[in-house]
Unconditional design. Sequence first.
Length: 399
Amino acid sequence: MHVIENGNVAAALGVKLCRAGVIAAYPITPQTPVTEKLSEYVESGELQAQYIPVESEHSALAVCIAASSAGARVFTATSANGLLYKHEQVQWAAGARLPIVMAVVNRAVGAPWNVWNDQQDSISQRDTGWIQIYCADHQQILDSVIKAYWLAEKASLPIMVCYDGYILSHTYMPFDLPEQEKVDAFLPPYRPDYALDPDQPANLNTVTLPDVRMDVRGELAHGYMEIRCLLHEDMRKFLQTVAEAEERFSRIFGRSENPYLEPYRCDDADHIAVGLGSITYQLRVCVDALRSEGVKVGVMGVRLYRPFPDRAIAEALKGKKRVMVFEKALSYGYEGALYSDLKSALYEHLAGTGSLPAVQNFIAGIGGRDIRTQELTDALRFAAQGHTAPEPVWIGLKL
């Protein structure tokens, strides 16, 4: 079915199609319409689920942790300071290996208060053990939610589906809504390996000592370090799991995409712009304009940010002259987080090969500052001409 709706509805439709059983909700702009729409589906009977309004974002994720531990398929959504308020529970959900899916509708964080878009909220959570997927349009939002449930339950890892506030959450775009039967074929009912059962009481995630020890059954149990090492190893293995999900999705729905990257006019490009989310589609306009001037430039969106697809990125950028990384977030006191990760991947896989491109960082759109297409085009042209700067270049800054 072909529909035209906003990005928040696209996310809610994905959750409904996946038959989530527990939805925890606390309002914060610009994610509130996601859970509001889900409440309508529950009230109308279109979605058989427990809809639980709570008193805070911290409690919203606590509800999801409890329900997931009991074997339910769960969902919540958040933005900005709401995500930061969840931070303790974000860490807990990852350490408990719970397949929670959470939409993060990207918004700037305070102080000072700002309700407009940048990506500082989700980027600040990159090291918590959650998978992070970034979307550039409404079809990707819907599809990513559906894929996220299969992936989360396959890998026993929580997933953030991130998309830009207002730019995607509140704008209307056409997208294809799949049939319920196909979603059911893709995503079977959730059957956890273990779930809390009142008839068989158990303690989960109690205090874990630094070293390995014998458990109550007399078996050697992991210490905290082993548990965290396994979390890291499984996140790295996830890079293969996401490829499996894409192949399964393509077979059932008849469409597919690169699970790691989204290239545009990259094959013959000398220079590549890289980014997360909707800015990569805006950069396509810049690329087309520069191509008409004879500048061979392309753009590559990073879809999967955690775990970082380092090998795929290095392979895609091998032999290019220059890479320009555009970010709507910053690791304060150093540079953009994506920029740091990308440089590390290039060094790891391409150092000494003669194929290592030069890299430049650009910061744009912080706190919802307008990202003007002409300014992006000028920045691309500037970098393609060989100009460099030792620090990140701020686009649209007025000091």
